[in-house]
Design a protein around this ligand. Structure first.
Ligand code: NAD
Ligand code: ZN
Length: 398
């Protein structure tokens, strides 16, 4: 056959496929989610097909299970009370809580195997009850099994309720790289139960407050003022103060995802990740002995000082931020921060490169232009950051 002699352009036709899919999901704030008389969970499961009996499998964080041994029985009793609407595919299944579940891909595969054996279909529900790590791993399973099974999250830590659990991401780690395997997949619904967080160990209650301070600092001066005015209540985990802190923080995260223009983070910016470039590095340098929130508190103090040195944040702002964080119970230094690498450079500074690599594109770091105002910059002056590190270290030494 004779070759087509027309130029390549004439032999090429491009048909554009274009559609958009609206997403919506409820984030419900409640207390006693498995109290048989509380309709919140039933209502979200029945949201689309009110008359149907839904197949549901529950995965429960074993750290939460250890703190609340009666939980599996409560879930069964709830399903029994609502048996016209909820059919348990099996008894609640315990999963290892914390970073362990995210550390190896085989957990994801074995949960998928379970869903296969239970013949779960795309209209069934996978409900995850636990901390952010269990939600991330189960979320990835739900998003990839049958290309997407309905996923309901019941976050049980402060961080998961006020930040990660209300978001649209999931993921697990690979070869030590955080969240290397994951997807953007909005959940079917989120239910935040205050009772779970009030029962957490103190250290975890404190750690989760870092995200509230963070989002207040970059988005909402009024909320920052509220946290300052209620720091006594927050430092003692007073019920209504905790409830408001979680709710406002979750709301501000939801607003960013819903209205920020880039819910699936295709750009180079991570507008909500103030204080996070060094936090991620510190977490991995300490093999997660430092909690995410604890690392973020340190990262915020560091970047607040840098913001002052860069002439963005009026001097004194960094002290105000540090004083609040310390009052809430955070320590703003960790021995691992003193580590140096080749040539005597602070090892933590490698976090800037890692931060950029996760997203690709231009380096984008959020700094402070004032209390309540985040400012994105694309360049970090390393010498200035070294000075901020020295300041933080000297401050900790008293
Ligand atoms: N998907 C996202 O958008 C996103 C965002 C930020 C963080 N994350 C991820 O979230 C994870 C951290 O989540 P986390 O801070 O919720 O901690 P976590 O999930 O690591 O849980 C911490 C510990 O608390 C236990 N636990 C959970 N709830 C409990 C309760 N009510 N009572 C007693 N113990 C309880 C767990 O078993 C675990 O041992 C990280 O893996 C991080 O990468 C995800
Ligand atoms: Zn965070």
């Amino acid at each position: 056959m004779k070759a087509d002699a027309r130029p390549a352009q004439a032999r090429t036709a491009t048909h554009w496929q274009r559609f958009s899919v609206p997403y919506e999901f409820p984030v419900v704030f409640t207390e006693g989610v498995f109290d048989p008389e509380n309709p919140a969970l039933r209502d979200v499961l029945c949201r689309l097909e009110p008359a149907k009996r839904h197949r549901v499998v529950f995965f429960v964080d074993d750290g939460l299970g250890a703190a609340r041994p009666a939980l599996p029985e409560s879930i069964k009793a709830y399903a029994e009370r609502h048996r016209d609407a909820i059919g348990l595919a099996c008894a609640p299944i315990a999963l290892p809580g914390g970073e362990k579940i995210k550390s190896e891909l085989h957990f994801v595969e074995s949960i998928q195997q379970t869903l296969f054996e239970l013949h779960l279909d795309r209209h069934s529900y996978v409900v995850a009850v636990g901390g952010g790590a269990v939600l991330d791993a189960v979320g990835l399973v739900a998003a990839t099994t049958h290309r997407g099974v309905r996923h309901v999250r019941i976050p049980t830590t402060v961080l998961a309720q006020n930040d990660s659990g209300v978001g649209v991401k999931n993921g697990v780690n690979l070869q030590g790289v955080k969240n290397f395997v994951g997807t953007f997949a909005p959940p079917f619904a989120v239910l935040n139960d205050l009772e779970f967080v009030l029962g957490l160990p103190e250290r975890d209650k404190v750690a989760g407050m870092a995200e509230a301070v963070k989002v207040a600092l970059i988005r909402d001066a009024e909320f920052f003022g509220w946290i300052e005015r209620h720091m006594d209540d927050l430092a003692t985990f007073e019920r209504s103060a905790m409830a408001h802190m979680i709710r406002r923080c979750a709301e501000l995260h939801m607003r960013q995802i819903g209205q920020g223009g880039d819910p699936f983070e295709t750009g180079s910016a991570r507008p909500l990740d103030y204080g996070h470039w060094s936090a991620h590095k510190l977490e991995s340098m300490t093999r997660h002995h430092v909690r995410h929130g604890e690392a973020v508190a340190i990262g915020m103090a560091l970047d607040a000082r840098y913001s002052v040195l860069a002439g963005l944040l009026p001097a004194g702002g960094e002290e105000r931020i540090c004083a609040l964080l310390e009052y809430l119970g955070f320590s703003l230094w960790h021995p691992a921060l003193a580590k140096t690498g080749d040539g005597g450079e602070w090892a933590i500074l490698e976090g800037l490169k890692d931060f950029q690599e996760h997203l690709g594109g231009e380096l984008t770091v959020t700094l402070l232009g004032g209390i309540g105002t985040g400012v994105e910059v694309h360049e970090i002056d390393v010498e200035r950051m070294r000075r901020a590190m020295h300041w933080l270290k000297a401050r900790a030494a008293g």
